[in-house]
Design a protein around this ligand. Structure first.
Ligand code: GTQ
Length: 352
């Protein structure tokens, strides 16, 4: 039987017009885009240098208060996704400023958030009423539907990276949120309670996992920094990843929250990572050191040169390699855990 219909383009078009009125569309015109051979991300790699961003952040502190803004944040918008509040296809990132004496009032939402502290001290985030005072390098979690507010009792500006799963929740059409009827959520839980209950490698035997995220919402750099340093002295780096540690949920060893994974990377001076690709989208915050990262391949390859407090995004499946100038510590967050739960996560290690 002849498998070819040899229908002319104009006949096809005429058919498409008729079915179009019935909200129908031919899959065969788009199947190659939908079921592409390689992932197609809309986001592109990009670097935000802190020296360029910081003056605008401080200026935002003059034009609007944290309370008026609800959250005074400059979104790190991907150049290919302007106007969408996205840093990568699945991730939102922004830099939040809080000044002494200010409050960012309590609210909660279905989106999960994490913070990585960039500069300053004396501010706190309260999660369901328990305060965590924040210092540079600390990781703070505000999981889905937990009440959270921020306040600042210290001196000088305080800036942190916000990482949220806004695009993922948006995709599912599951965006809900509400404000609290006071600036701060009322609670008498003293600071440090969650670290004592879940962060000391001990757990009350009847404190069973209830929620799908880490009950430990504060991971201080005073612990993670030395952990990374000692790891680096104890073994060789992974050729693709350097020294990469995951912040985990002490209840199950999994990612800190279902939609966001968080990592701390150590890479020694002169380390060059072998090219690597992963389907997860990654946002980096440079804590210490400096280096260069090549992202992409061939003519589309870009080179970014980073130093402390800079931020950059590597969208999914972009091949990349780091070249380290000075001993470096980087924080990153990604949708790795989310993709792994869906069974779609992949990585590829290249050797050159
Ligand atoms: O601090 O609660 O960057 O709710 C975006 C949404 C920060 C926050 C953001 C938020 C927050």
């Amino acid at each position: 039987m002849n498998q070819n219909r040899n229908t002319s383009r104009s006949e096809l078009k005429e058919f498409y017009q008729r079915i179009d009125r019935h909200e129908l569309a031919p899959l065969w015109e788009v199947i190659h885009k939908l079921l592409a051979r390689l992932p197609i991300t809309r986001a592109v790699p990009h670097l935000w240098c802190y020296e360029d961003v910081r003056p605008f952040l401080l200026e935002s502190g003059e034009i609007i208060s944290a309370k008026e803004a609800e959250r005074r944040v400059l979104i790190l918008e991907n150049p290919a996704l302007r106007g969408e509040a996205k840093t990568a296809d699945s991730l939102y990132a922004g830099l939040q400023l809080i000044l002494p004496g200010e409050v960012a009032p309590a609210h909660r939402h279905t989106q999960s958030a994490l913070r990585f502290i960039v500069e300053g001290e004396g501010a706190f985030t309260a999660v369901d009423g328990e305060r965590a005072y924040m210092n540079p390098g600390d990781l703070i979690l505000t999981p889905s539907w937990s009440w959270h507010d921020h306040g600042h009792e210290g001196k000088g500006p305080m800036v942190w990276l916000d990482g949220l799963d806004i695009p993922q929740v948006q995709f599912y059409g599951a965006t809900f949120g509400e404000g609290y009827d006071a600036d701060a959520f009322k609670s008498e839980t003293p600071p440090g309670t969650c670290n004592a209950r879940y962060g000391a490698n001990l757990r009350a035997v009847d404190d069973l996992p209830e929620k799908p995220y880490s009950p430990l919402f504060c991971y201080p750099f005073s612990q993670s920094g030395p952990a990374l340093e000692k790891l680096q002295k104890s073994r060789k780096p992974n050729p693709w990843l350097g020294y990469k540690m995951e912040y985990h949920n002490p209840m199950d060893g999994g990612p800190v929250m279902p939609t966001l994974s968080a990592f701390l990377h150590g890479m020694p001076k002169q380390f060059i990572s072998q090219p690597y690709q992963t389907t997860e989208h990654q946002v980096f915050s440079v804590k210490e050191g400096s280096g260069r990262t090549w992202i992409g391949e061939g003519e589309d390859q870009i080179e970014i040169s980073w130093k402390p407090k800079d931020h950059f995004v590597i969208p999914g499946w972009y091949r990349y390699s780091h070249q380290i100038e000075n001993d470096s510590v980087l924080f990153s967050f990604s949708d790795q855990g989310s993709q792994q739960k869906l069974g779609i996560w992949r990585e590829k290690q290249h050797e050159i």
